[in-house]
Every structure is written in structure tokens, then in C-alpha cells.
Design a protein around this ligand. Structure first.
Ligand SMILES: [Zn+2]
Length: 125
């Protein structure tokens, strides 16, 4: 789903997306002239690579994600919030969610096997 930044109003609008086994629902609205707030709930199975044994496995995620998106380069250096810059004036929600999911995937993850090995290890030593 794509939407032009300039067409987004200050009233909250619903956002519902599906990407494979992942469901996304939430809202978005404009919070200032150049800033858009997106609040979504991401829910579903994603493929994760175990950081310990490199095996791929599926993990059920259930995450609340808040995003701020600026129209063009974001200039306010005082803000501590991470702001995503939208350069071409068009918000592509599918891409945004894809990026969020890959950032979840790139976190440190351990499969259940490795988690079990770790807990045995902790008990014995
Ligand atoms: Zn593992």
C-alpha cells in the first residue's frame, strides 16, 4: 500500500496489511506538516536465523512498532526518536513493514535447541 505524504490527514486512519504469514494492523496520521506517525502491531511467523548454530527456524512474533516518518530529510537534530526519511514524498507501507521485519530478523536470536543447550550448560556449571 502506497500513499502520498501530502494526502495524509491529521485524523487517524487504519492500516491493515498482510505479508505472507504476517499480519499488520494499526493506524497512521500526520502529526505535523512534515511528520507522520505510524503505530502498528506486527503479528505472525517470521524466518529467523539462529545466531548460534545458523539454522533457520520460524518464530512467532508479536510486536508493537511505533514509527515516525519525515517528508524529505529530517532536520531536527534535537529529537531522540529514530525518524525514517521519506525522500520521494510517497509512503510505501509494505516496504516500511519489510524493513521492520528485517530489523527484527537481524537482532540476536537463538533457536529452541540452542536455548535448551544453554540452559543445560548453566545448570551443570
Ligand atoms: Zn540454534
Amino acid at each position: 500500500m502506497k500513499i502520498e505524504f501530502n494526502k495524509i490527514s491529521r485524523l487517524e486512519q487504519n492500516l491493515v496489511l498482510k505479508q505472507g504469514l504476517i499480519k499488520v494492523d494499526g493506524t497512521f496520521c500526520r502529526v505535523s506538516n512534515n511528520l507522520l506517525k505510524v503505530q502498528v502491531h506486527i503479528d505472525g511467523n517470521i524466518k529467523i536465523i539462529c545466531s548460534r548454530c545458523n539454522e533457520e527456524y520460524k518464530e512467532l512474533i508479536n510486536e508493537e512498532v511505533d514509527l515516525l516518518i519525515s517528508n524529505g530529510i529530517y532536520k531536527d537534530d534535537n529529537s531522540k526518536d529514530a525518524v525514517i526519511e521519506c525522500i520521494n514524498g510517497i509512503i510505501d507501507f509494505d516496504e516500511l513493514i519489510k524493513d521492520e521485519i528485517s530489523s527484527i530478523q537481524s537482532d540476536y536470536h537463538m533457536c529452541t535447541k540452542c536455548t535448551d543447550i544453554n540452559s543445560i550448560y548453566e545448570k551443570e556449571f
